[in-house]
Design a protein around this ligand. Structure first.
Ligand code: GDP
Ligand code: IMO
Ligand code: MG
Length: 427
């Protein structure tokens, strides 16, 4: 039985929440798993016209019968976790099981402080992070001074680890950033205050998921962030601090690559990006403003306006390659209803040379100019279409052309935010 990965193929906010929700409701899914990132994610799900947003929790938390898992590769802010859970409970959402890995690293309040001051310190070179402490928490993990969920249940060890983590951090905060240091005891108290509520949720999630797969359960790995934000394969340094690509699912969940059956890349019919960094098809004209407005391109987590541009098939092919995509899920086709002529970037021109694939260096990528092909619009509202054959001819041509140039088949197409607004291209 399948292990399915759903991930972002561009710079995030492609509609992963919707794709996950759709998969989880069309076939019975036993587990929905987050494997990287933290509450920097913002996934929107619209059920019967009602809108939900998840951040640290997988979108599967809204699927009756599915168990949600926060696996070892995620960085967990206990404060954000309980805030999110409580907000859902307050709305009367019936929440299934939630399991958190004992090995997941913890985001404490000082990680958020460091995130914000280091961004300020970078000035015009800032990354434009979500300010959630994601980078500093992963930095501590790699520096081997991180706090893990299991540490919250041993006060002595927790105290030792917090002391070790703050030793260098406080030097940096006081001597480099000119800030007040963080008091270790306050951090210990803060983390201990979550221990009791967290304890029953904590397990060895790698063991749990591998056993579930052995027993024939269906496991859906819900990606956060996206391929072009991957710390290894994205537009470094303008990236997040984790591996949101398909390979990151294996390290982030403790599940081997041979167990994965499908890898679905979610991709918008145009492109958006939040935060700093290169973006070859970005628009600074009226079209960009219209994509932003019609597409409702405002960040779910930070409320920031998303930068907008046309579909970039070079990015799509790159994503298909580094993730080994078995298929794409194309979202927001309906947003393009309003254009008579739709440009698609098929290659880059870099210093007078055509590049059909992602250039080798970031410097080249910063200089990439899009080479466009143009498609005729379909001049009508497609949000009511319920099968691919219902789409106007030009919309079908557009989808097939993108599929042809993007490096993997298109499984489905979104024509609106609702569950029902999805057309299957290849069942
Ligand atoms: P995620 O982070 O990848 O889960 O995506 P976000 O939730 O941040 O942003 C995607 C936005 O697009 C949300 O507001 C979704 O409700 C919306 N959305 C998803 N699919 C479609 C679609 O096919 N058409 C339209 N118009 N909106 C969509
Ligand atoms: P979802 O899962 C879009 C971006 C931030 C910033 C960079 C680093 O909703 O697609 P971080 O706080 O992670 O250190 O910020 O990554 N970023 C996202 N952009 N969607 C996201 O998540 C993102 N998560 C992080 O804007 O540019
Ligand atoms: Mg999002």
């Amino acid at each position: 039985m399948p292990a399915i990965v759903v991930l972002g193929a561009q710079w995030g906010d492609e509609g992963k929440g919707k794709a996950t929700d759709l998969l989880a409701t069309s076939d019975p899914i036993d587990y929905v798993v987050r494997t990287s990132g933290g509450h920097n994610a913002g996934h929107t799900i619209v059920i019967d016209g009602e809108k939900f947003a998840t951040h640290l929790l997988p979108s599967g938390i809204l699927t009756p019968g599915a168990t949600s898992v926060i696996a070892n590769g995620v960085v967990v802010s206990p404060e954000a976790l309980f805030e999110e859970l409580d907000a859902l409970l307050e709305r009367g959402v019936e929440i299934g099981g939630l399991v958190v890995s004992a090995n997941a690293h913890v985001i404490a309040s000082y990680h958020g402080v460091v995130d914000k001051v280091s961004e300020r310190f970078l000035g015009k070179n800032k990354i434009g992070t979500t300010g959630r402490g994601i980078g500093p928490a992963y930095a501590d993990k790699i520096n081997r001074v991180g706090i893990r969920v299991a540490d919250l249940f041993d006060e002595g060890i927790l105290r030792e680890k917090v002391d070790a983590a703050l030793e260098v951090r406080n030097q940096l905060l006081t001597k480099v950033y000119n800030r007040r240091g963080v008091e270790a005891e306050a951090v210990v108290e803060e983390l201990l205050s979550y221990a009791e509520r967290l304890r029953p949720m904590v397990a060895d999630t790698s063991l749990l998921l591998n056993r579930a797969l052995d027993e024939g359960c269906t496991v859906l790995f819900e990606g956060a962030q996206a391929t072009m934000l991957d710390v290894d394969h994205g537009t470094y340094p303008f990236v997040t601090s984790s591996n949101p690509i398909a390979g990151g699912v294996c390290t982030g969940a403790g599940v081997g690559p041979t167990r994965i059956d499908r890898v679905i890349g979610v991709i918008k019919a145009y492109t958006t990006r939040v935060g700093s960094g290169p973006f070859p098809t970005e628009l600074f004209d009226d079209d960009g403003e219209r994509l932003q407005r019609i597409g409702g391109e405002i960040g779910v987590s930070t409320g920031r306006t998303r930068r907008c541009g046309w579909y970039d098939a070079v990015v799509a092919r790159y994503s298909a390659r580094v993730n080994g995509l078995t298929e794409f899920f194309l979202t927001k086709l309906d947003v393009l209803d309003h254009w008579d002529r739709i440009p698609v970037c098929v290659a880059y021109e870099i210093d007078g040379v055509r590049h059909d694939e992602m250039p080798m260096t970031q410097t080249e990528f910063h200089h990439a100019r899009p080479v466009y092909e143009f498609f005729d619009g379909w001049g009508g509202d497609i949000s009511g279409c319920r099968s691919f054959a219902d789409l106007p001819k030009n919309a079908q041509v557009y989808v097939h052309a993108l599929e042809e140039m993007s490096g993997a088949k298109f499984w489905g197409v979104g024509v609106g935010p609702g569950r029902e607004q999805t057309l299957v291209v290849h069942p």
